[in-house]
Structure formats: structure tokens, C-alpha cells
Design a protein around this ligand. Sequence first.
Ligand code: F6P
Length: 338
Amino acid sequence: MRIGILTGGGDCPGLNPAIRGAVFRALDFGDECVGIAEGWKGLLFGQTEPLDLVRVDEIIDRGGTILGTSRTNPLKSPELIQQTINNIAMLGLDAIVAIGGDDTLGVAAKLAELGVNVVGVPKTMDNDVSGTDFTFGFDSAVSVALDASRRLKDTAQSHRRILVLEVMGRHAGWVALYTGIGSGADYTLIPEVPLDWDAMTSQVLTAYRRKKYAFVVVSEGVEVTKVTTEELDDFGHMLLQNRGVGPQIARILEERTGISTRSATIGHIQRGGSPTLFDRILGSRVGVKAIEMIHDGEFGRMAALRGTEIDSIPLADAVNNLKSVPQEWVDLLKVFSK
Ligand code: F6P
């Protein structure tokens, strides 16, 4: 078979292991792999490169994606959808492996409905794709945030300050939640829980009185003020980093507590760097599974981590249904706010 592989949406560590896993497994079947440049954009414009063993052999520890990525949405018009389908035929592709988050997989689900032989591989540092226990990219991103937390706590302790760390994660609080619990933060704000200024101020002051510093983690998706006009991308998302939630929280906390407060936003630093072991293994496994699914004719489905197994689940179960932080986790977070 001739199999096209693409990576769409925000990059994250683990994409290269997934590409590599797919190519390695494809070789077992005697398939030919073709790398599609920059997500769905590469299919719109027919931009490809050969993907062989030499190209992928050494990429297991590289961050980002060797294929490039974009947030191009071919579902924006019927013409673009047709152009995508025509180019798949023109390139002689028998099947597509679409590696991406909710948006990329949403496109894959639609194309599968239209008869394209496509399988999905979930990725995102946000960990917000339904149907899979984890997405690769998340573990690496949280590891970076934990390292930043350790550093920020050192300086907060020295200066007897409050330090606020803003992390990414879009509208799901997983990155902030894991960073908060993993770093021993005194207060963690996630988009799933409405901001309670009094509760936060009182908890931060309690921790400060005990330790002479306090550390707060906030997700970029937390609503500090109502936002009405923002520029949207191809999939209708706003760039949350522009809201400056961390600096806003820090300013208001300083006003309310009278304690010197600083904030740090680590932004895209969370998306770069070598994948953690977890993300290398998960990426490799779902990449391998995608090729096996193609050979089993399981199109319109996605490779998903369920417990310790990699299963195949319908793409429709994964998309348009953000996996947000459930109440059990919010309760656990509260245990560590003392
Ligand atoms: O979806 C991954 C993510 O890193 C989000 O956490 C963040 O809100 C967004 O991408 C940033 O997008 P961009 O890379 O386009 O600035």
C-alpha cells in the first residue's frame, strides 16, 4: 500500500516517535510511506516527501514534527474538501494516517464519512481528546512545567513572594491540574472551576503565613474577565495566551494580599524539547497501531490508549467532545490546598 502520514494542529513531543512507529510497522507489510507536509495543507497543495527508514530512524528523541504542521482546515468549504479528496487520488494514496488533536481528527472523521481511507492517531499537550486515557505530548509538557515550578518556587522562597505560573492547555485544565499537584502548588486554577477570588486569596494567605511564600498555578483557559472580541484561527479557536491570565491573577493577588507577587508564562516552551520516555513509548505504539488498523480495514477509527492496551475506537467517539477535568480530580486538588 501507499500510505500518507500527516501531523496537524499544534506540535508536541511524541509526534516524531509516532511517525517513526508508523513507518517501521509499514515496512513489515512492504508498504510505501509518504510524508504529507504541514497537516491538511500538504494535501490541499500536494506537498509530500518520501518517508523511509533512513528518514525516520534517528527521530525518536526529537521534539516537534519532521513533517511540519499547520492549523489548516479543509472543511471550510466544499471546494477545499473536494480538492483534498482529489489530491489523495492524484498522489495515489491508498490510506492516510492523520496524527492530531480534536481539530485534525474532526477533519479525519468527516473525510472517513466521505469514503476516504483514513485512520486517526491522537496527540496534544492539552490531553483533551476523548476516548483515549492520555495523548502523547502531555507528559512532556507537564515535565517542562514541573521544572519551571521548581525554579519559580526557589526564587519565590528567597524573596518571600507569591509566584504565579501560567500554563497552556486551552479549555481543559489537565496541564494545570497535573502541574499543580505534581509541584505541590498552594492553589491551582483550572477552566472547569469558576474563579473564586476570596477562596484563592484566603488559601494563598494561609500558605504564605506558614511558609513565607506561596505558589499558584493557573491554566491559560481560566476566565478572569469576560472576553468578547478575539481573533479566531481556522478552527474557531482564540489564542488564549494573549489574554495574559497569569499576569492578571498576579496583579490582583498582590492588590488583595499586599504581598509582592510575580508571574511567569512558559507558553510554547512546554511544546518543545525531547519527548519523555512515556511519550516516546505511547507515540511509537499508536503509530504502529495505525498501520495495523489500515491493514485490518479499520478506517474512520483512532488508535487509543485504554488502560495499558492500545485499542481501535471510532473517530466519532473522540471528536467534538472535549475531555475536561471531572469532579473527582477537582476534589483531589482540594485535598492539597491547605
Ligand atoms: O493545543 C495546544 C496548544 O499548545 C494550546 O495549549 C494553546 O492554547 C495553543 O496550542 C497555542 O496555539 P499556537 O501554537 O497556535 O499559538
